[in-house]
Design a protein around this ligand. Structure first.
Ligand code: NAD
Length: 488
């Protein structure tokens, strides 16, 4: 296990060193066992300023380090992470609760972000037009911004930070990361490993805390850009506040994702995939299927199959071999999710499977068994709001158009998917669905790092998304040069 995992007080990481904080302390707990893990401290304003100053001081040398050398550090980092894979995967599971298999998947997706950022050498290339005027050439170059900040959620402690700073630093920026106050240990450990891989001190710094720490970053005059991933209400706040303070912002928010199952779909495989998409990571994924839209007469057999799979799902400590679903992040989150089950019943939905009655839900960890509602209507609270837990709603509709209209009426627009054997139906769905990420015969998809993570509407605030070529544009400023050399 990592050095941070066994220490009792979690430090910050500033200017290449672990630093103890003087801020307000909180005890963190393992979500599966309820056992205390580390004491976490909210960074003070002075400590946050020290982190930003360290990033600012590192910027001139790092931004002038050739891009090939910057990428070489990322290649070393990639190898370092692979060598520490078992330790990191265990740490993700211990602090977040997801199963080891899920942690392994998110670890791999994190590595993909580094692989993509390692191509900054070509991704940063500008354009050239010779002779835009007589004897005049025009070309564009991409330059780093300066100090960037990243604020991340609890559900992917390893992967989401890697959506941000590998590309930011490959482009020549320096960075201050504020991980979720519920899962700060993975972030600390990977920052240490990045420095052991040759990153100069100050290029990446880690501070801790919640709203106060975030506010200090959003209003800090030396920070040029803010990347955020979290819930929509906070994303909107981050977007407005950081923009009002003159910063470039990308703020990825929450989601309510739909999977449409057409009457011609392969029922068994669609049900398997939907269940993995809904209950993987205990439904704590921004790309979880939260609503199944059953079209026509597939509804009855589909619900029977979803229930059969849910009944056989092994819920337990994510670290235990064979666990298929781990706990919810905190007891408060479990209570909030159980409240949605009450709301579904009160609104008149049919509770097909009540996970609150499963034996796991009575144990000491934050477990909640898989829960399924049928006959959910679009007006119900469970159909409209992000539950972010193991609760799946089934809405029955008559045809494809009704399914598309339902998706397009959601306040969110993160992702959706369709299960069908018809190319024409799939094509119509891809064209007409107003979500930024669309899947065909796959669960609600999270694209690989080479594409942007492209939420729409209430799921994203900003212009340039995380990952893909958008991230290169986000973390660089474009400069256009018009150049004439007079004849001697
Ligand atoms: P959250 O919004 O509660 O917290 C995210 C970050 O914001 C944390 O670092 C937290 O400290 C900070 N924060 C919380 N409240 C704040 C406030 N009032 N002011 C300023 N900062 C604040 O989200 P979470 O519970 O950690 O994560 C789950 C949410 O993240 C879900 O809504 C999920 O859909 C979303 N998410 C979205 C994506 C995506 O790509 N769109 C990916 C992962 C998670």
């Amino acid at each position: 296990m990592s050095s941070t995992a066994v220490s009792t007080v979690l430090p910050m990481f500033i200017a290449g060193e672990r630093r103890e904080s003087r801020g307000h302390a909180e005890q963190l707990f393992n979500p599966a066992t309820g056992a205390p893990t580390v004491i976490f401290q909210h960074s003070t304003r002075d400590e946050i300023n020290a982190a930003v100053d360290a990033a600012q001081a590192a910027f001139p040398a790092w931004s002038r380090t050739p891009v090939l050398q910057r990428c070489r550090v990322l290649f070393h980092f990639h190898g370092m992470l692979e060598r520490h894979a078992d330790e990191l995967i265990a740490l993700i599971t211990e602090e977040n609760g997801k199963t080891l298999e899920e942690s392994k998947g998110s670890f791999q997706r994190g590595l993909e972000c580094i692989e993509f950022a390692g191509g900054a050498t070509s991704l940063m290339m500008g354009d050239t037009v010779e002779r835009v005027g007589t004897g005049v050439d025009g070309y564009s170059i991409r330059q780093p911004l300066g100090v960037c900040a990243g604020i991340t959620p609890f559900n992917f402690p390893f992967m989401v930070p890697l959506w941000m700073y590998p590309m930011a630093i490959a482009c020549g920026n320096t960075f201050v990361h504020k991980p979720s106050e519920r899962v700060p240990r993975s972030a600390m450990r990977i920052a240490e490993l990045l420095h052991e891989s040759g990153l100069p001190p100050g290029v990446l710094n880690v501070v801790h805390g919640a709203r106060e720490t975030v506010d200090a970053l959003l209003t800090h005059p030396k920070i040029r850009a803010v990347s955020f991933v979290g819930s929509s209400a906070v994303a909107k706040y981050i977007y407005a506040t950081a923009a009002a303070n003159g910063k470039r912002v990308q703020a990825l928010g929450g989601a309510k994702n739909h999977s449409v199952v057409m009457p011609d779909a392969d029922l068994r495989s669609a049900a398997q995939v939907v269940m993995a998409s809904s209950f993987g990571c205990a439904g704590e994924r921004c790309v979880a299927t939260s609503v199944v839209v059953a079209v026509g007469d597939i509804a009855d057999p589909l619900i029977a199959e979803l229930r059969r799979i849910a009944d056989s799902m092994r819920v337990g400590d994510g670290a235990a071999p064979g666990s298929e679903m781990g706990p919810i992040i905190t007891p408060e989150a479990k209570k909030r999710i159980a409240g949605y089950v009450d709301a579904g019943i009160a609104d008149g939905a049919t509770l097909v499977r009540d996970g609150r009655k499963d034996s796991c839900s009575q144990s000491s960890g934050n477990f909640l068994g898989p829960t399924i509602f049928d006959n959910v209507t679009p007006q119900m609270k469970i159909a409209r709001e992000e539950i972010f837990g193991p609760v799946l709603s089934v809405v029955r509709v008559k045809n494809l158009q009704e399914a598309i209209d339902l998706i397009n009426s959601s306040q969110y627009g993160n992702a959706s998917s369709i299960f069908t054997r018809s190319g024409n139906t799939a094509r119509e769905f891809v064209t007409s669905t107003q979500t930024g990420m669309v899947g065909v015969n796959v669960g609600v998809p999270a694209p690989t790092a080479i594409f942007p993570f492209a939420g729409w509407r209430g799921s994203f605030f900003g212009d340039l998304h995380a990952l893909g070529k958008d991230s290169v544009q986000f973390y660089t400023e474009s400069k256009v040069v018009t150049c004439r050399w007079p004849e001697d």
